[in-house]
Design a protein around this ligand. Structure first.
Ligand code: AMP
Length: 190
């Protein structure tokens, strides 16, 4: 079983690259951002609560996102593997994920961290905001906050996976195809 954490700041290209990895390795894509946006679209209680955090570029509570991932893992128990996109985002989430995967003896294989310069992240997000309809991609101060939250709460997870020898930095600058090739090479070498 191949379980990958696709990691990096907002705008690093996680969603785009996840599509390539799913195709190449037959994995199931679990994006907590997508799941939350679906909840908002369906106007569920969870979605309405999450929206208040997402609109400001803050993180939704650990309890909520961990519960969502747990449900998805149970619902896809026959999967060949998963690609986690936008999860975990805190050390508490990383711990919870390890515990959930331990139950099935299917640990994380690697954490692939896309490294992208800050101005490029801002440009990509503002560009995506023109067509994505995502309000958190359209306001530069919210984008700045999302990047700060990443550095403060999410980036420390790199050390968590490095301690398990599972952390790989990938150059996330360049064309979509170039970055996809770098990721694929790293996964094949695992
Ligand atoms: P994303 O689509 O990954 O950029 O996520 C959009 C927003 O959803 C984030 O800014 C957070 O508010 C929320 N979110 C997504 N994933 C998580 C997570 N793992 N933990 C907490 N909040 C999350």
């Amino acid at each position: 079983m191949l379980n990958l954490v696709l990691f990096g700041p907002p705008g690093a290209g996680k969603g785009t690259q996840a599509e390539f990895l799913i195709e190449s390795f037959g994995l199931i894509h679990l994006s907590t951002g997508d799941i939350l946006r679906n909840e908002i679209a369906a106007q569920t209680e969870l979605g309405l609560q999450a929206k208040q955090f997402m609109d400001k570029g803050e993180l939704v509570t650990d309890e909520v996102v961990i519960g969502m991932i747990k449900n998805k893992l149970t619902a896809n128990s026959e999967a060949k593997g998963f690609i986690f996109d936008g999860f975990p985002r805190t050390v508490a989430q990383a711990n919870a994920l390890d515990e959930m995967l331990d139950e099935n003896k299917t640990p994380i294989s690697a954490m692939l961290c896309l490294e992208v310069e800050k101005q490029e992240l801002i440009n990509r997000l503002l560009n995506r905001g023109k067509t994505s309809g995502r309000s958190d991609d359209q306001d530069e101060s919210i984008i700045e906050n999302r990047i700060s939250v990443y550095h403060e709460k999410t980036a420390p997870i790199k050390d968590y996976y490095a301690a398990q020898n599972k952390h790989f930095d990938i150059d996330g600058m360049g064309s979509v195809e170039e970055i996809a090739a770098r990721l694929k090479e790293t996964v094949k070498a695992l």
